[in-house]
Write a protein that binds this ligand. Structure first.
Ligand code: AP5
Length: 217
């Protein structure tokens, strides 16, 4: 199963990726998580990426490409769900070429659609557990009562001005990628409104045809 999730910041890509991992037994490859981990560990790549991330811009593609390709390679070119990559036409072309060399094209690119107002609602109240990286929303998906508030952090790029910048970057640089996959017949539109469970039902309807091992689900 080779899947990519596509959609604006805050559409619920990470949330749905987690469900996909649990249900289909694939591995989540999130370039955002890989980059945040590099920043946290103060690696050379993390130091280079940080200013772009905190200001809501895309990290230069050559840095992200290495992260994504290494992760896919480690998984033997199968059983992964990509989240946040590709994000430009250049990245999409690189990914297609890389996967074609290993006869392992993407099977489906799920495009999760939500309005800008919903993005702001979701991101402004998102909180992340500092140890487990679990994602919550203070209203829609609140943390369990035994999780102290001091364990929850707000991402630096979830400030209103940076959210607006990320939305602009998405429209200008990332949205054209959708047409690229539509032309290849791999794009599947998923309405991102409704509860996490409701969205996952739509995701399942799109992904079940690609299920390789019925015993997993
Ligand atoms: P990245 O981490 O990929 O961020 P993003 O794409 O902006 O997406 P988010 O993680 O913010 O949102 P999401 O769609 O995963 O939503 P979530 O599930 O958390 O990238 C961060 C940065 O890294 C980029 O800005 C860039 O600088 C850099 N980067 C990464 N990849 C790159 C690349 N390929 N090239 C260049 N630079 C790159 O949900 C959001 C909130 O909503 C949560 O609180 C959740 O609980 C809640 N929620 C989810 N679903 C629902 C629902 N159905 N109803 C109500 N609430 C919901």
């Amino acid at each position: 199963m080779r899947i990519a999730l596509f959609g604006p910041p805050g559409a619920g890509k990470g949330t749905q990726a987690q469900r996909i991992v649990e249900h289909y037994g694939v591995t989540h490859i999130s370039t955002g998580n890989l980059l945040r981990s590099a920043v946290k560990n103060d690696t050379a790549l993390g130091r280079e990426a940080k200013p772009y991330m905190v200001s809501g811009q895309l990290v230069p593609s050559d840095l992200v490409r290495r992260l994504a390709e290494e992760a896919i390679e480690q998984l033997g070119f199968d059983r992964f769900v990509l989240d946040g990559y590709p994000r430009t036409l250049e990245q999409a072309q690189w990914l297609s070429d890389f996967l074609a060399q290993h006869d392992a094209p993407l099977e489906a690119v799920l495009s999760i659609d939500v309005t800008d107002d919903e993005v702001v609602r979701r991101l402004s109240r998102r909180r992340i557990h500092r140890e487990t990286n679990e994602t919550y929303h203070l209203d829609f998906n609140p943390p369990p009562p035994d999780v102290p508030e001091s364990d929850l952090i707000q991402r630096k790029d979830d400030q209103p001005e940076t959210i607006r910048k990320r939305l602009t970057v998405y429209t200008e640089e990332t949205q054209p990628v959708q047409a690229y996959y539509e032309e290849q017949g791999a794009a599947v539109d998923i309405a991102g409104t409704g509860s996490v469970d409701e969205v996952f039902e739509r995701v399942q309807a799109a992904l079940d045809p690609y299920k390789q091992d019925a015993s997993i689900a």
